[in-house]
Design a protein around this ligand. Structure first.
Ligand code: NAP
Length: 272
């Protein structure tokens, strides 16, 4: 299996490494980590015999697998430096938001490239990653990417890179939409007389229980919703208000605004 080098071991880089260790995909000593900042997690990996470097220049050449997990603003200088350490066999997996396959290819030419869109639940191995590769990615490399990325939750491949923008709007930004619903539940609970602690518990446990039920049940979200909704009952009263206010349509418009912004940041045109 290709030996992994992780460039940038902040929030996402460390989440991916930890997921790979916990899922037994790699041992700590197989990792090389390049990170400018010292942190306790990296110190722990170093005690487990991972190689820790503070500069890309110190990496050997002919890297096998490089996971790029630095902030987009650092991407250009990092990719230029990584470009001198690769061969045609190198697989580069980028989790950097908004950096296209073409941009990566221009700075790290001739390699296999996989661009992905993760989300924050990757930090607890409940993430969603959507990824797309360039034409050089071999079948074996796609298999490896699936294994590596699904260690952080669930992952699937798309063939058209524009679907990375679509995934950004749904799963990438999605946790914020769910936290927004949690805020609304919490505020609603407080207005109905619960104290802050009770409101927080009501919101969190309702979301957690419903998400787990949705995941475990063979039923669709619509079917599960209908099961809670008796005619003329309390749930129906709330759902009727949502329908009158077109809440679902407004949310979908919000997702589309996120998609348009993702296209705009990537220098692409809006869809009509
Ligand atoms: N967090 C999310 O939910 C999420 C979701 C989707 C995608 N992403 C993507 O994930 C990437 C990483 O995000 P993050 O939140 O993990 O960032 P982060 O916590 O800032 O981690 C990046 C780390 O890389 C280090 N670094 C920068 N340049 C370096 C270099 N030349 N050599 C070695 N280390 C270097 C940074 O050090 P300094 O601080 O000193 O610069 C920082 O410690 C971003 O591109 C982001 O778009 C994140």
């Amino acid at each position: 299996m290709k030996k992994p080098v992780v460039v940038g071991c902040g929030n996402m880089g460390s989440a991916i490494i930890e997921a790979l260790l916990q899922q037994g995909v790699y041992d700590a000593q197989t990792f090389t980590i390049v990170e400018k900042q010292q942190n306790p997690y990296i110190d722990k990996l170093a005690t487990q015999k991972a190689v820790v470097l503070d500069e890309i220049d110190k990496l050997p050449s002919n890297l096998e697998l490089v996971i790029l997990a630095v902030k987009p603003q650092d991407s250009a200088s990092v990719m230029k430096q990584v470009g001198s350490k690769v061969s045609a066999d190198t697989l580069v997996i980028s989790i950097m938001a908004g950096i296209s396959i073409a941009e990566i290819d221009s700075l790290i030419p001739g390699v296999q490239i996989i661009r992905c869109m993760p989300n924050t639940p990757c930090s607890i191995q409940q993430g969603m990653i959507v990824y797309c590769g360039n034409s050089r990615v071999s079948e074996d490399s796609f298999e490896l990417a699936q294994q590596v990325l699904s260690a952080t939750g669930r992952a699937f491949q798309v063939t058209d890179e524009i679907m990375i923008d679509a995934a950004t709007a749904i799963s990438g930004s999605g946790p914020a939409y769910v936290f927004f619903l949690a805020e609304a539940l919490k505020e609603g609970a407080t207005r109905l007389g619960f104290n802050a602690e009770q409101s927080e518990m009501l919101a969190t446990q309702t979301l957690l229980g419903s998400a787990m039920l949705l995941n475990q049940s063979p039923n669709s979200p619509e079917e599960l919703r209908r099961k809670v909704t008796s005619p003329g009952g309390t749930t129906e009263a709330a759902l009727k208000t949502f329908a009158e206010q077109q809440v679902k349509e407004k949310l979908i418009q919000g997702f589309k605004a996120s998609y348009d912004r993702s296209l705009e940041l990537g220098g692409k045109k809006f869809t009509p």
